[in-house]
Design a binder for this molecule. Structure first.
Ligand code: NAD
Ligand code: UDP
Ligand code: UDP
Length: 321
């Protein structure tokens, strides 16, 4: 096949990474996935494990990695607040040491490298919607800082390796993404609400539910990442990738209850520290530079995600599980 590449995906056993690996293998590339299984699972890669174009290695990106590839997608990092706050020092190490090692690798083998950054670099934003030019409003010493500041430092490293070593870098700032293979216990709004609704348990809204998020379906996001990797060398980002349709958390809860036909009631709980009030990407850059636009709207994406969690819960509770 023309243009077949060897591609490294760190964090490839996770939610987004597993979809990315699948897309890249399906496109005919050789994919090496490295993951330390901190939040990722082999089951996420079930379909790929027997594919000769796919290789899985247990490895922690905080340590050096010597492989030969053409492109690197650096996704390794716990992404949900519960997971990244469980061992915050490790979270910062993964972002920072992981970035240094993957950039060192990219430098040695002259590979293109893409960083999975995050809308969290904008913190609790006072500019709305968030454009890439906005520098953010981030608390450097709070419970979310290990993630936010770790990702900000990783961006700094990417741009310094670009300036100092002329590396081919791409930085994507990913906004809330959801879909099948999300971790059922990651504590996120979408996964919590669906699992609660399917079990007819109370839906836990933190705060009054008026805070907003913009939810991007995973297939759209993966398409954006692949397009960004394919851009000419001068396109480095950062580029926002997300769905600009904004919903309140209360609207999300109501949609989930309706789509699952659940008898769940809403229960209000305290808002976590530093929980951003509003978040919506300005995706003009992605539209212009990548010719990219999300195509899956929230109700459709939720249906797919509900089907996934429904199966997962049945499997977990089946006597054979
Ligand atoms: P995830 O937790 O499902 O995936 C992260 C993967 O990284 C897991 O497989 C985990 O085991 C692995 N990992 C963690 N630490 C590692 C280490 N030290 N060495 C090797 N592997 C390690 O999360 P996700 O939602 O798939 O997120 C993927 C990436 O996208 C992350 O970098 C995250 O910060 C970023 N992102 C995600 C979202 C989102 O809404 N899901 C939003 C913004 C940014
Ligand atoms: N590194 C790696 N694989 C490589 C090359 C480098 O994991 O193929 C790691 C190595 O641990 C190093 C880091 O990347 O510490 C940064 O490499 P760089 O060459 O930028 O810096 P230096 O080696 O001078 O510290
Ligand atoms: N949230 C909620 N109930 C839950 C889980 C999350 O109300 O059971 C809220 C959370 O406080 C936040 C929003 O949903 O305002 C999105 O949270 P998530 O963890 O999914 O993403 P992030 O805060 O990182 O955007």
């Amino acid at each position: 096949m023309l243009d077949q590449k060897r591609i490294l995906v760190t964090g490839g056993a996770g939610f987004i990474g597993s979809h990315l690996c699948k897309r890249l293998v399906d496109a005919g590339h050789d994919v090496l996935c490295v993951d330390n299984f901190y939040t990722g699972r082999r089951q996420n890669l079930y379909e790929l494990l027997s594919n000769p174009r796919f290789e899985l290695a247990r490895h922690d990106v905080c340590f050096s990695l010597y492989v030969e590839v053409d492109e690197i997608y650096n996704l390794a990092c716990p992404a949900s607040p519960i997971h990244y706050q469980f061992d915050p020092v490790q979270t910062t190490k993964t972002s920072v040491h992981g970035a240094i090692n993957m950039l060192g690798l990219a430098k040695r083998i002259k590979a293109k490298i893409l960083q999975a950054s995050t809308s969290e670099v904008y913190g609790d934003p006072i500019v709305h919607p968030q454009t890439e030019e906005y520098w953010g409003n981030v608390n450097p010493i709070g419970p979310r800082s290990c993630y936010d500041e770790g990702k900000r430092c990783a961006e700094t490293l990417f741009f310094d390796y670009r300036r100092q070593h002329n590396l081919g870098i791409k930085v994507a700032r990913i906004f809330n993404t959801y879909g099948p293979r999300m971790h059922p216990h990651d504590g996120r709004g979408v996964s919590n609400f669906i699992v609660q609704a399917l079990q007819n348990q109370n839906i836990t809204i933190y705060g009054d539910g008026s805070q907003t998020r913009s939810f991007c379906y995973v297939d759209d996001l993966v398409e954006g990442l692949i397009r960004l990797m394919g851009t000419p060398d001068h396109v480095t980002g950062p580029i926002n990738l997300g769905n600009p349709n904004e919903f309140t958390i209360k609207q999300l809860a109501t949609s989930v209850i309706e789509l699952t036909n659940s008898s769940s009631q809403i229960e209000y709980k305290p808002l976590p520290t530093d929980d951003p009030k509003q978040r919506q990407p300005d995706i003009q850059k992605a539209v212009e530079l990548l010719d990219w636009n999300p195509t899956v709207q929230l109700r459709e994406g939720l249906k797919q995600t509900i089907t996934y969690f429904d199966r997962l819960l049945r499997d977990e509770h089946s006597p054979a599980a």
